[in-house]
Write a protein that binds this ligand. Structure first.
Ligand code: NDP
Length: 359
């Protein structure tokens, strides 16, 4: 019985997120991607933060009134993972098989997807944005539940570092949800199709792998990390956040209004008369300083847990290194095709790909 309930928990949570995403009021936003065979931009109904807040409230009230223990998702993490795994697989098949092939290989189609965008009810639910919302919310709930387990186990001897790492990952989730609109201007939205990578990735990998640093340390005792060291880890996180959020926001404002000053940075651009590229501010430090920011944030989070010699937590930032270094190469190819000579000029002006003076 326990297995069955645990198995269906993420499925229930995803269904609730779907209903709230569709039914709660939200902001209607014009995106970056065109509607199929049209010059008109797609419209999105965004309400990620209220949806997450309601799920958080439910988790808290259920725990507080002893309906469901605070650490239920930790105690049933393997069952939950199995449920999410099956749902993610079914979702992938359901979102790939009905559409015509786009590649010769069926398996590539299954992995990368066929359909570019999928919306229901006039855009009230967008499959890509729902997937990211579902993954982020589930990650937040997992992190809270895993840390609750640590707290229940150790009470006054609980580790400050574990609590801190949870605050930081929740900050990461809320930051994404508050700036959900900026995500409409990113690679996932304009360059990816909906398949295993995006569907299974958001439903399974995102909430269950990104929480690996808590999954593997929540039952360990306080490692007594000194406060000054924790302060350095938090600093690493926020330096990363400034780089990632700053670069994403600067580009977002530039795409919306190329003359807009951001954080006192007057945009400097190169153009071929048709297209333009930003070459100063965050986009003048390296061509993907936001990727370095993302890696630093993950590093700060996992270091806070206080077990730097344990390999499992490191898998989270290491995964970013692999994903983002590969993505930078793909994006560079895409931009080189799209911008031609202008991209070459940008590469000459800003030679570093991700890490200034190193790479
Ligand atoms: P970017 O936000 O860097 O977007 C790349 C695109 O921006 C390019 O394809 C190009 O698109 C445009 N661009 C590139 N250089 C310039 C320039 N100089 N001036 C103007 N436009 C430019 O990358 P992503 O979309 O991959 O990532 C977005 C964010 O999401 C990043 O912060 C990343 O770290 C984060 N991310 C987070 C993940 C996570 O799991 N937490 C996973 C992956 C990414 P165009 O054709 O429109 O000009």
């Amino acid at each position: 019985m326990d297995f069955i309930l645990g198995f269906f928990t993420p499925i229930l949570i995803y269904a609730l997120i779907f209903a709230l995403n569709a039914l709660l009021p939200g902001r209607w936003v014009t995106g970056y991607v065109n509607k199929p065979n049209s010059e008109e931009k797609m419209r999105y109904h965004l309400n990620g933060f209220p949806v997450f807040s309601i799920l958080f409230l439910i988790w808290f009230l259920f725990g507080y009134f002893d309906v469901v223990p605070f650490d239920y998702l930790y105690n049933h993490r393997w069952h939950g993972l199995a449920g999410a795994f099956v749902l993610g697989t079914v979702f992938t098949l359901g979102v790939v098989l009905p559409y015509p092939p786009v590649r010769k290989s069926f398996f590539k189609d299954l992995f990368l997807g066929r359909i570019e965008n999928l919306q229901h009810w006039g855009g009230r639910v967008d499959a890509k944005m729902w997937l990211y919302l579902a993954g982020a919310t589930m990650l937040g709930l997992n992190a809270l539940s895993f840390t609750a387990h640590h707290w229940i186990l150790y009470r006054e001897h609980a580790s400050t570092g574990i609590l801190l790492s949870t605050i930081l990952i929740i900050y990461f989730v809320i930051d994404y949800l508050i700036f959900e609109e900026v995500h409409l201007f990113t690679y996932d939205l304009f360059a990816e199709r909906i398949g295993f990578k995006l569907g299974w990735g958001c439903m399974v990998f995102y909430p269950y792998f990104y929480s690996i640093f808590l999954w593997t340390t929540a039952d360990l005792p306080d490692p007594q990390t000194p406060v000054w060291l924790l302060a350095i880890y938090v600093l690493i996180f926020f330096v990363g956040w400034i780089l990632a959020r700053g670069a994403n926001m600067q580009k977002y404002f530039f795409k919306r209004n190329p003359g807009k000053v951001f954080l006192g940075i007057v945009p400097e651009a190169i153009t071929n008369g048709d297209k333009t590229l930003l070459v100063n501010g965050f986009w003048g430090i390296s061509r993907h300083i936001n990727y370095l920011g993302e890696i630093l944030m993950a590093t700060g989070i996992i270091l806070c847990t206080g077990y730097p010699t344990l390999i499992w937590p490191w898998l989270y930032p290491l995964y970013y290194v692999v994903l983002l270094f590969m993505r930078q190469r793909d994006d560079d190819k895409r931009c080189s095709l799209k911008y031609g000579e202008l991209w070459k000029t940008y590469v000459k002006k800003v030679p570093y790909r991700i890490i200034p003076y190193i790479y």
